[in-house]
Design a binder for this molecule. Structure first.
Ligand code: G
Ligand code: MN
Length: 274
């Protein structure tokens, strides 16, 4: 008889799992944020940034999502992790009203498991009600590949949250080379052009053409563009000339640590609000 392949966790996996569970319970996660800058003169006023999650390892170094999300996915923890981020971001915004006032929107990344999780939407709605933060201040980012593989779940979540005022962006757009026709009906507001192309627009004509095409097609579809991983002034100049709406990347600001927003400080913020 053919044997089913078995999933054997490695030691490294067990370490990450333990650290993730501990972080979800209390300490270990930290929010960073990175600025997103409007490039065109007619841009709406206000600040924009993306919240990014980091996990602390035993020697005090920050682990980036690329290194812990795969384990979170394997252990079905991605949706809990997204819920933690939504809770932490909204608590932080509620605790910093003067910064929230200046904010036009900030973005939060969602994983595939949250799109398919019936409880996720309810959790987000409750968090908005509890924190008092206006849903218009939040833009959710869904990876292009994730959206195209879960079209109906993505559509349902986008519709429900857009009805309440949230915005949506398709993240890493271009990386999956999904058919535009498949994604054209998703009512997202922004296309975040994959950094892997953006980085090379000044020395690779193919990358330049891909970035320009994404921006142009997005424009025809009524969507604004955000270029990721802008690492130099030359790239920035080219993007601005092309008409790209926003830029994000090391040339404009590195992700910054928002002091430690732990579950404890989230609870403290919630107590001070109630
Ligand atoms: O998939 P997503 O676009 O959400 O990934 C954001 C990640 O990209 C963050 O972890 C952030 O630290 C990283 N990042 C942000 N700006 C730059 C940049 O200019 N260059 C590179 N290489 N990475 C960046
Ligand atoms: Mn993102």
């Amino acid at each position: 008889m053919k044997q089913e392949p078995t999933f054997t966790p490695t030691n490294e996996d067990a370490d990450v799992l333990e650290r993730l569970l501990r972080a979800l319970e209390g300490d270990g996660f930290c929010l960073f944020r990175q600025r997103i800058i409007p490039l065109q003169v007619d841009a709406q006023a206000g600040e924009h940034y993306e919240f990014l999650l980091r996990l602390l390892d035993e020697s005090g170094n920050w682990i980036r999502p690329a290194d812990f999300l795969p384990a979170a996915r394997r252990y079905n923890l991605s949706s809990r992790l997204d819920q933690w981020v939504v809770e932490a971001v909204l608590a932080w915004l509620a605790a910093h009203p003067e910064q929230t006032e200046r904010l036009q929107w900030c973005s939060i990344n969602l994983s595939a498991q949250s799109l398919a999780d019936n409880l996720f939407l309810g959790h987000v709605i409750r968090q908005f009600a509890w924190s008092g933060v206006s849903p218009e201040k939040v833009c959710f980012e869904v990876d292009e590949i994730v959206a195209s593989a879960n079209l109906s779940d993505t559509m349902a979540l986008i519709r429900s949250l857009k009805d309440r005022g949230c915005r949506f962006a398709l993240d890493d757009f271009g990386s999956g080379l999904s058919a535009f026709s498949q994604l054209r009906d998703l009512p997202v507001d922004y296309l975040k052009i994959d950094g892997a192309f953006v980085k090379h627009i000044v020395n690779d004509p193919v990358a330049l053409t891909i970035v320009r095409s994404i921006h142009d097609i997005g424009k025809v579809m009524g969507k604004q563009s955000i270029a990721e991983h802008v690492e130099s002034e030359e790239v920035l100049r080219e993007l601005r000339a092309m008409g790209v709406d926003y830029a994000q990347g090391y040339a404009l600001g590195r992700p910054e640590n928002l002091a430690r927003v732990t579950t404890r400080s989230v609870k403290a913020a919630s107590e001070s609000l109630s």
